[in-house]
Each structure stands twice: as C-alpha cells, then as structure tokens.
Design a protein around this ligand. Structure first.
Ligand code: HEM
Ligand SMILES: *[C@@H]1O[C@H](CO)[C@@H](O)[C@H](O)[C@H]1NC(C)=O
Ligand SMILES: *[C@@H]1O[C@H](CO)[C@@H](O)[C@H](O)[C@H]1NC(C)=O
Ligand SMILES: *[C@@H]1O[C@H](CO)[C@@H](O)[C@H](O)[C@H]1NC(C)=O
Ligand SMILES: *[C@@H]1O[C@H](CO)[C@@H](O)[C@H](O)[C@H]1NC(C)=O
Ligand SMILES: CC(=O)N[C@H]1CO[C@H](CO)[C@@H](O)[C@@H]1O
Length: 351
C-alpha cells in the first residue's frame, strides 16, 4: 500500500511534468557548458572514460556506432537522448530504417548504471552519449575535445521523425548543406563531420544503388572510381541475400585518421553524400586541403564541429528530464493527444 501511494504520487508528478513539458520555445535554455557537472558529479568524465576505454579494448568495432549514435541523437529533436529510447510498439527512432546499424545501446546503459551509482538522478543520458562519443573517438587515436554538458533528456521518440530528419546516404550536396543549415551547422561543419566516416562500417544496402545500373544503362555511378566500384561489387553482389558489411575507410576502420579526405579526393567515397562533397567549392576546397596536408587542421576542426553539433537547442530545453534508465522514458507523450502514460512504471526497475 505504501508502495502504491508512492507510485500514485509519482504518477501525479509525472502528469504535471507532462503538462509542463514541450513548450517549444522554452526560454532560458542555454545551459550547455564544459564542466556542467563539476559540483554535482565530479567524477563523471573519469567514469565515462574508464568504461569507454574498457569497451574499446575488447570491442573497438563499437566506436563507429557510438559516435554515429550521438550524431543521430542530435539530428532528430536535438541532442536529448531520444535515440536511446525503446518503444513497446517498435515506433521509436531506433526502429526507423536509417537506424539499421545503430549498435552499442548496451554500452550507454552500462555507463549510465555506473554514473547513477556515483551521482543518482543527476546526469542526463544525452550528456552521457555526447561524452562517450568523444571518448571512443579519442580511443581510436582521434581528436579529444572538451564536451559541453547540461542537456536534458526528451520524452518523445518518433520513428517517422527519424526517417524525415536523418540525411540519407544518397543525399546530394544541396540537401546536405540545407540539412546542416537547418540545425545551425555550417558548410564547414558538414565537410568536417563527414570525416567521421574515417572509422566504421556500412551495410551494402546503403550504397549498392551506386554500383548497379545507376543511370539505367547498366553502369555504376560515374562519380565513383571504376576500380573501386569493381571492388565494391565483389563485396556486395547484386542479388545477395545477405546485406554484407564494408569498411568505409578500408585498411584503417579502427583508426580515426585523415585518410577519409584522401579517399574522397580519389573518388572513393562510399556514399553519394561523401562524393557530393566534391560538388561544392567550399567543401571541395576543405577536403583537397586536408588531403594535401595530411589533415593538418582536421582534428582541431572535428572537435569544434562536434561541439557545434552538440549544441542543438531544440526541445525539450530545460523542460526535459534526467532519465534514470536511458532506454525508458518517464512518460511518453503522444504529441497529437497530450499526456499519455504508456510506459509502465515497472520499467524503472528497483528503486
Ligand atoms: C552528412 C550526412 C551523413 C550521412 C548521409 C551519413 C550516412 C551514413 C550511413 C548510410 C552509414 C552506414 C550505415 C550502415 O549501412 O550500416 C554511416 C555510418 C557511419 N557514420 Fe555517417 N552519415 C552522415 C554523417 C555522419 C556524421 C556527422 C558522423 C559523426 C560525426 C557520422 C558517423 C558515422 C560513423 C562513425 C559510421 C560507422 C558506423 C558503424 O561502424 O557501424 N556520420 N553514415
Ligand atoms: C537534390 O536532391 C533534392 C531532394 O531529392 C532534389 O529536390 C534536388 O533537385 C536535388 N538537387 C540537385 C542539384 O540535384
Ligand atoms: C537498367 O535500368 C533500365 C532502366 O530502368 C532497365 O530498362 C534495364 O532493364 C536495367 N538493366 C538491368 C541489367 O537491370
Ligand atoms: C497518437 O495519436 C494519434 C492521433 O490520435 C494516433 O493515430 C496514434 O496511434 C497515437 N500514437 C500512440 C503511440 O499512441
Ligand atoms: C511523429 O512524427 C510525425 C511527423 O512529424 C507526426 O505526423 C506524428 O504525428 C508523430 N507521431 C506521434 C505519435 O506523435
Ligand atoms: C537496432 C534497431 O532497432 N534496429 C531496427 C532498425 O530498423 C529496422 C527496420 O525498421 C528494424 O528491423 C531493426 O530492428
């Protein structure tokens, strides 16, 4: 009975929060800064780094998915952890098609558990993801940057939104530039952050359209180096029943290096969206410069652009929550219907 009334009052609080939520122009949200948890969770960065390093030592192939996960989080509803949410009816962002290869959710849970032990109820899942993304990048010998924190977690995860908001691999330069611009990101951010493709893998299905009958004349995408296209066709047979995996930066998929730009310059970018960086004067100038100088400014630029990407001030702003379990929302709000308690309270697990 005591438990019941506790849950009941929790529900009432949650309903209140639900109504207070979602003012899309919440004033005063600008709290992102380095060291946001200095007082409230002083060992946060240490905990995240320790677990990230442990994971990278045994499963370095998770670096790519974890970096990409932060990108996906930020591009749908701003960086507010909604990419992490599970939906009982499989309608969350992570169920959308572009998710395909999103992996590593269990790593975020692992970090969250450790962080909750040290400082319960303080650190958002979105901040944990942003910090993990930095630490796995650094662990792959990539750049290190100061992560700004102070995000709050959103309560809504919507598959359709993910479908519309994530840029597809076949996007042209106009779509890419606009997609970045829409999120307050520059053309430079676009070319710099695309360099994230220096690590990780892709499914064949993300680019096979470029390999077979691209223009309807039985040919490959003319913007792709023909020798490279041939190699890719071998890895991705046309009628393959399996969706094979391909290294995006062959030979150094586990090293965050500058070879991505050399590849693009040689017309060996895997996706149309990579190759498209040659179709704009500014992005082309940047990548040619990086290719010629062995990426003289890439690491510094990447850190700056990651901070820019992490700034997204979309909702929930200061109205969000500090989620206790990164995969479970406190209240799922159906935007079209108002508050809607879908998530059984039992999902919180033992308290
Ligand atoms: C500019 C628009 C972008 C497009 C169209 C795009 C598209 C893709 C696609 C289609 C894949 C392969 C998914 C699969 O088939 O498994 C991929 C993988 C990846 N992307 Fe992007 N991406 C973009 C930007 C970014 C950004 C900004 C980052 C991070 C800074 C990033 C990091 C990654 C990483 C690390 C992987 C490898 C994932 C793995 O190893 O599983 N991408 N991207
Ligand atoms: C780029 O793609 C968009 C969306 O598919 C399309 O509307 C536009 O015409 C394309 N632009 C160019 C220059 O090809
Ligand atoms: C290539 O595409 C064209 C136009 O869509 C089609 O007529 C043709 O049959 C295709 N060829 C092959 C080998 O699939
Ligand atoms: C949200 O509301 C819309 C419109 O009433 C409805 O079609 C949809 O099924 C609802 N979604 C969920 C997850 O309850
Ligand atoms: C999900 O997003 C789409 C597109 O913005 C919207 O039409 C739909 O109502 C949303 N679904 C829910 C359950 O809010
Ligand atoms: C990890 C994950 O949730 N993957 C899903 C991505 O989307 C496809 C297609 O909708 C689902 O089948 C996967 O389960």
């Amino acid at each position: 009975m005591a438990n019941f009334s506790r849950y009941l009052s929790l529900q009432i609080i949650l309903i209140f929060l639900a109504f207070a939520c979602c003012n899309h122009h919440a004033a005063g949200y600008g709290g992102l800064r380095v060291g946001f948890y200095e007082q409230t969770c002083p060992h946060l960065e240490h905990i995240v780094k320790e677990i990230s390093d442990q994971v990278m030592a045994v499963a370095p192939s998770l670096a790519g998915p974890l970096l990409r996960m932060h990108f996906h989080d930020c591009f749908v509803r701003g960086c507010e952890g909604s990419v992490l949410l599970d939906s009982p009816t499989k309608q969350a962002e992570k169920d959308a098609i572009p998710n395909l290869s999103l992996r590593g959710f269990q790593i975020i849970d692992k970090v969250k558990t450790a962080v909750e032990e040290a400082c319960p109820g303080v650190v958002s899942c979105a901040d944990i993801l942003a910090t993990v993304a930095r630490d796995v990048t650094a662990a792959m010998k990539g750049p290190y940057w100061e992560v700004e924190t102070g995000r709050r977690d959103g309560r809504v995860s919507n598959m359709t939104e993910a479908l519309f908001n994530l840029l597809p691999p076949f996007a042209n330069i106009t779509t890419l530039k606009q997609g970045f611009l829409d999120r307050g990101l520059s053309v430079k951010d676009l070319v710099v952050l695309s360099g994230g493709h220096t690590i990780g893998i892709s499914h064949c299905s993300s680019f096979t359209d470029r390999l077979y009958n691209f223009t309807g004349k039985g040919d490959a995408d003319p913007s792709l180096d023909p020798n490279y296209a041939e190699k890719l066709r071998m890895k991705c047979p046309e009628a393959s029943p399996t969706d094979n995996l391909v290294e995006m930066d062959p030979g150094s998929v586990r090293t965050f290096d500058t070879s991505y730009f050399t590849l693009i310059a040689k017309r060996r970018g895997l996706f149309t969206s990579d190759a498209a960086l040659l179709d704009d004067e500014e992005t082309k100038a940047y990548l040619v410069q990086q290719a010629l100088t062995h990426g003289s400014t890439f690491f510094k630029d990447f850190g700056e652009s990651m901070v820019n990407m992490g700034k997204d001030r979309s909702p929930p702003g200061d109205q969000g929550e500090i989620r206790k379990v990164c995969t479970a929302v406190t209240v799922i709000i159906n935007a079209s219907k108002g508050p809607n308690l879908l998530s059984p309270l039992g999902e919180f697990g033992p308290d």
